[in-house]
Design a protein around this ligand. Structure first.
Ligand code: SAH
Ligand code: SF4
Ligand code: F3S
Length: 479
């Protein structure tokens, strides 16, 4: 009998991509996918450790599975991804009914592990070496590149895809677990990346998002020549069929002039730059070990606006980091007001065991204060986003149609200025299908249309806006 798998994903886009690859491997091995947990023979969670909240969600989901597993011991339960790498065997102590613990560097072996479990009983654990206490190259061997051929059936959207250009991170911001759970920074060879994008374009893909934790730190050598992200963008631009190229996430210090010139000169590269500031206060930035001052961040913004005047810039912020005073927080508010980001993802600081911040500084900002600062910064950002969106009223924008519009789509952040929007729902019952798409600068556009417009480019005349959405009517759709 065909086995059914259920796969739930939390965390960043890197995890969404890994889940697509895991699903592809399972489909190719003859498994079927189900969206109903109770009908599944294999229940998998691809997990995130970036904040405590993300882990709590998974541990409570695992808790709920305990009695199901008692009734149906033949069902398999697996924890994949960052939490598997961080907690390793400890997951089995908290949730002894888990059968599989598979780190991000080991997901390529998942199918073989499932087959092994059908022969032998007892949990299977495959994770990488911890970074602390081991040499970089030894750890890197456990985080090998797993980028198998893309399978159309596993991709959620035909017209859009993410492509990994780098693995891991070496920046070690003091609050962040990512370098520990994703391993050392490694760039993929450019020829491999472009081959993958060619295949995706043949599958109907029009928009590519290049992924890396610090994507603009990308560097590799080819025939003795050093290649950086700007060179890669040029190569990807040459792939026939690809019309839009994005890249996330950028590290402020690596936002070099050659990269900005590439964004300016390559028409397929979208003028959209996600460059998290995290804070606008120098002592806080220093404790975070971000490697720049608020002044340097402002200079980088000025360089962006000078070279790519039409660019939309977005940021992430952590509020309530260790030792953040009210004055420090106000410096972040000032930076947000000056920078006029298109949107910001705002997070309350969550101490992560194993990071430098936990060792060095007490988590001394009360949760009520973190929450208040989160709301205050979000209100500032929302006001700016709405003001800036108003400039689009009466204009026509080009969008790539993504699909039916979903209100309040879940985001990775607790408070994403740019996600939930009640007004999207209000228009839902007008008879026509309500569609959504994005502009080159990554603004969300909602309008009425037809299902067969999905995956095509359209021009939409904007009539009204909120902080997170532009509303309009379609003027034309490409055939
Ligand atoms: N590589 C990206 C994203 C890392 S994780 C970058 O360098 O920007 C995504 C976001 O989560 C970060 O930008 C940061 O704002 C937030 N984050 C990371 N660790 C966190 C922590 N311990 N508590 C709260 N937010 C955190
Ligand atoms: Fe984490 Fe900093 Fe690396 Fe981003 S750059 S993944 S915030 S350590
Ligand atoms: Fe991403 Fe979370 Fe891992 S943000 S890299 S899934 S810890």
């Amino acid at each position: 009998m065909t086995k059914r798998f259920y796969l739930e994903t939390v965390g960043c886009q890197m995890n969404v991509l890994d889940s697509e690859l895991v699903a592809a491997a399972l489909l190719q091995a003859g498994f079927q996918r189900t969206n109903e947990r109770r009908r599944a023979d294999i229940i998998l969670f691809n997990t995130c450790s970036v904040r405590q909240h993300a882990e709590d969600k998974i541990y409570s989901a695992l808790g709920r599975l305990k009695h199901i597993k008692e009734q149906r011991p033949d069902k398999l339960v697996g924890v994949l991804g960052c939490m598997a790498q961080k907690d390793q065997e400890a997951i089995l102590r908290r949730a002894p009914h888990v059968d599989l613990v598979v780190g991000p560097g080991q997901i390529g072996g998942l199918v073989a592990m499932i087959e092994e479990l059908q022969r032998t009983k007892g949990p299977q654990v495959a994770v990488g070496l911890p970074r602390r206490g081991h040499a970089r190259h030894a750890v890197a061997q456990f985080f090998t590149l797993y980028d198998p051929e893309r399978v159309q059936a596993a991709r959620s959207q035909r017209h859009r895809a993410m492509v990994r250009v780098m693995l891991g991170c070496d920046k070690f911001c003091t609050y962040c677990i990512v370098p520990s759970v994703r391993g050392p920074e490694q760039s993929r060879p450019a020829s491999e990346i472009t081959a993958e994008i060619r295949l995706l374009a043949e599958q109907g893909c029009r928009e590519i998002t290049l992924l890396g934790q610090t994507v603009n730190s990308y560097h590799t050598t080819e025939n003795g020549r050093r290649l950086r992200l700007a060179d890669l963008l040029e190569r990807v631009s040459e792939v026939p069929g690809i019309r839009r190229i994005r890249f996330v996430t950028n590290y402020p210090r690596d936002m070099t002039p050659d990269l900005l010139q590439a964004v300016r000169d390559l028409p397929k590269v979208c003028p959209y730059l996600h460059v998290p500031a995290q804070s606008g206060c120098n002592p806080v930035l220093k404790r975070m070990k971000r490697g720049y001052t608020a002044e340097q961040y402002r200079e980088m913004l000025a360089a962006i606006h000078e070279t790519v005047p039409q660019a939309s810039v977005t940021s992430d912020f952590i509020v309530g980091f260790c030792g953040e005073t009210e004055e420090d927080f106000q410096a972040t508010v000032r930076l947000t007001e000056e920078a006029r980001f298109k949107n910001s993802f705002i997070f309350k600081y969550s101490p992560r065991p194993g990071t430098k911040a936990v060792e060095l500084f007490p988590d001394d900002v009360p949760d009520s204060v973190k929450r208040r600062r989160n709301h205050e910064l979000l209100a500032v950002q929302n006001r700016i986003s709405e003001e800036d969106n108003r400039r689009f009223i009466g204009k026509t924008v080009e969008i790539l149609v993504d699909g039916p519009s979903k209100a309040a789509a879940g985001a990775e952040s607790e408070t994403a200025a740019g996600k939930s929007d009640a007004s999207t729902r209000r228009r839902a019952d007008t008879g026509k299908l309500q569609l959504t798409g994005r502009t080159p600068c990554d603004r969300i556009v909602v309008f009425d249309g037809q299902a067969d417009w999905i995956g095509r480019f359209a021009r939409v005349h904007i009539e009204s806006v909120t902080a997170v959405t532009l509303f309009g009517s379609a003027v034309s759709v490409e055939s």
